[in-house]
Design a protein around this ligand. Structure first.
Ligand SMILES: NC(=O)c1ccc[n+]([C@@H]2O[C@H](COP(=O)([O-])OP(=O)(O)OC[C@H]3O[C@@H](n4cnc5c(N)ncnc54)[C@H](OP(=O)(O)O)[C@@H]3O)[C@@H](O)[C@H]2O)c1
Length: 320
């Protein structure tokens, strides 16, 4: 098969021959027709986010395609079935292993590129807003990087669950786009301080922070009493100065979270909750697919450059 490979961390992304994986017990081999691109792939390609032990070294955290082979002990799938799902690596390839517990039958009407755009961002949003953040109707939720793949899912999820949503983004067009997705307040951080804007709005009860770094004390400054910050990304770095006085007096909670390293049983439980909620809403146009752009698989470097430049609104997908 072919896959995107590198000769070393930080080296060019090249589409070339690579060993084809074989499905072990509980696994499906998927002929990949589309693979989502995520910020984590850029970080891994730069050598800073190695895959969990035992997972493929190949980039790519979500795929859609057809079942090409079936491992021992798998029931409910046959060769040729259209499936999509979350993987912990290996998506930027012609063939990829998918744990059958995470494989979702592709609904009619959902194309490969659309299906491949869903798992990583929506499972991340569900894990951190619903499971960890315990979002409730009427709460005020602040989503940083609102036009990112994760941000677009998180805005729509929080809004659909009855929360009031604010988002930060870099630019007026991204502000307008986040409002279309359900944010009642969108702040262009290039020209407005989000702390003042969120305080005037009534403060935040829950913050989904994809940014980290110097956003931590600023998040604390606009987080309400008993509020929660769920930290899921470090776009501005891993060094931060927390205000422990504010943390203590306002009974704030700061929780770090990562989807990729969770046990597959937990991911399967998240999948069981998310897909029956999301797929009917997508079919009924109550939730929008936020597919920004597709590239063919050998153009993975161009896809990464598109993300790195912050050009995307929503998801980027590679076509296999
Ligand atoms: N912990 C987890 O399990 C998990 C899972 C998935 C994703 N994540 C994290 O979620 C974040 C979004 O991922 P994604 O794949 O959806 O990303 P993405 O689509 O590539 O979007 C990232 C966006 O973040 C904004 N950004 C970049 N650098 C920034 C900075 N220094 N300060 C503020 N904003 C910045 C840019 O938008 P603007 O133009 O609006 O600034 C950029 O378009 C990443 O941090 C990723 O690591 C975490």
């Amino acid at each position: 098969m072919h896959a995107i490979t590198q000769t070393a961390a930080g080296a060019d992304l090249i589409w070339r021959e690579a060993p084809q994986p074989e499905p072990g017990p509980g696994q499906l081999l998927v002929r990949v027709r589309a693979a989502g691109v995520n910020r984590a792939d850029l970080v891994q390609a730069a050598g800073q986010y190695p895959p969990p032990a035992g997972e493929s070294e190949i980039l790519g955290l979500e795929v859609a395609g057809e079942v090409a082979a079936i491992g021992d002990g798998v029931a409910g799938f046959t060769i040729g079935d259209k499936v999509f799902g979350l993987v912990a690596g290996g998506g930027y390839a012609e063939y990829c292993l998918l744990d059958a517990r995470l494989a979702v039958p592709q609904p009619a009407g959902l194309g490969d590129e659309q299906a491949a755009s869903l798992p990583e961002t929506w499972l991340t949003a569900w894990l951190n807003l619903v499971d960890i953040g315990q979002v409730r109707p009427g709460q005020r939720v602040l989503i940083h990087a609102g036009a990112s793949g994760v941000g677009a899912a998180a805005i729509q999820l929080a809004h659909a669950l009855g929360a009031r949503v604010a988002a930060t983004v870099g630019g007026p067009d991204k502000c307008a786009w986040c409002r279309e997705l359900g944010a009642e307040l969108a702040i262009d951080y290039h020209c407005e301080d989000f702390v003042g804007a969120i305080k005037s709005w009534g403060g935040a009860d829950l913050i989904l922070d994809t940014v980290g770094g110097d956003y931590l004390p600023r998040n604390q400054a606009c987080l309400n009493r008993d509020g929660t910050i769920v930290l899921i990304g470090l776009l501005r770095g891993s060094e931060a100065q927390a205000n422990l006085g504010v943390l203590l007096v306002k009974r704030q909670r700061l929780i770090g979270s990562t989807l990729r390293a969770l046990l597959v049983e937990r991911k399967a439980a998240l999948s069981s909750a998310l897909w029956p909620w999301l797929l009917p809403r997508l079919a009924a146009d109550k939730i929008r697919l936020t597919l920004d752009r597709c590239f063919v698989m050998p153009e993975a470097a161009q896809a990464h450059a598109w993300l790195a430049g912050g050009h995307n609104k929503g998801k980027v997908v590679l076509l296999g």
